[in-house]
Write a protein that binds this ligand. Structure first.
Ligand code: ADE
Length: 235
């Protein structure tokens, strides 16, 4: 019971990392979700226990071997495992909140952390790995990306977070960035909080926040703004 995460990695000491503190860490300690790491190298053979080899066709770098990874995947995720198997890689599909929500609603995940220049394509196909990227930049491996994905998922699990922040996620899923926030003191270095926010007029506050969210989305993320107009019947 609870969300079960398996992580396959050459660096298990990178986990739980940030997932061991704060909301995710408390939920981990209380059994709200589980995290198991598997050392891929334990499934390598030979004196050197190699997990990678030179790319077929030549070229720089090293590629993770399909046979070693297959044994590691099979050890933690049988053929009938209902959990999605993910491969963290910059060539994957961009991670979005909609996929995060789907994952949080499911039984768990099996995450393979790529290293070196890539993973043998045959492993990806034969073990049905879903390739996921957390953004258009290159990390030194999939471990940090796996932590990011799990953080986004775990905060949505029932009982992990107060429902107070779920509104934040909802407005993001509406396709808008968040409006600006203020708190005390009312004046900071000669700059006052926008008076409408202190007016007590909730309708006016809502209108100000909506307008601010639209402005910040238009300015910073024209891609999100355009997608939203396309989706909502040309507003
Ligand atoms: N591994 C290296 N870079 C990555 C990225 N941007 N997303 C997911 N996994 C990665």
């Amino acid at each position: 019971t609870g969300f079960a995460a398996d992580v396959l990695t050459l660096y298990p000491e990178m986990f739980p990392g940030p997932l061991g503190v704060s909301l995710a860490g408390r939920a981990l300690g209380e059994g709200g979700w589980s995290l198991r790491t598997t050392q891929i190298r334990d499934f390598a053979e030979g004196r050197h226990r190699n997990v990678d080899d030179t790319p077929a066709g030549g070229g720089p770098g090293m590629v993770m071997r399909a046979d070693v990874l297959a044994r590691a995947v099979d050890a933690v995720s049988p053929e009938n495992d209902s959990r999605p198997r993910l491969l963290m890689t910059p060539r994957g599909a961009p991670l979005r909140q909609a996929r995060v929500r789907e994952l949080a609603a499911g039984p768990g995940v099996v995450i393979v952390c790529g290293r070196f220049e890539g993973v043998d394509e045959r492993l990806i196909g034969r073990r049905q790995l879903e390739e996921i990227s957390i953004g258009d930049y290159v990390l030194s491996g999939g471990e940090v990306a796996a932590v990011v994905l799990l953080d986004a998922v775990v905060r949505l699990l029932p009982g992990v977070m107060g429902n107070d922040l779920s509104g934040l996620t909802e407005s993001f899923e509406e396709g808008l960035l968040e409006h600006a926030q203020y708190t005390r003191p009312p004046v900071f270095e000669d700059e006052a909080i926008p008076p409408v926010l202190l007016s007590g007029d909730h309708a006016k506050v809502d209108a100000w926040r909506r307008a601010d969210a639209e402005k910040v989305t238009r300015e910073r993320r024209p891609d999100l703004w355009a997608a939203r107009r396309d989706t909502e019947g040309r507003k």
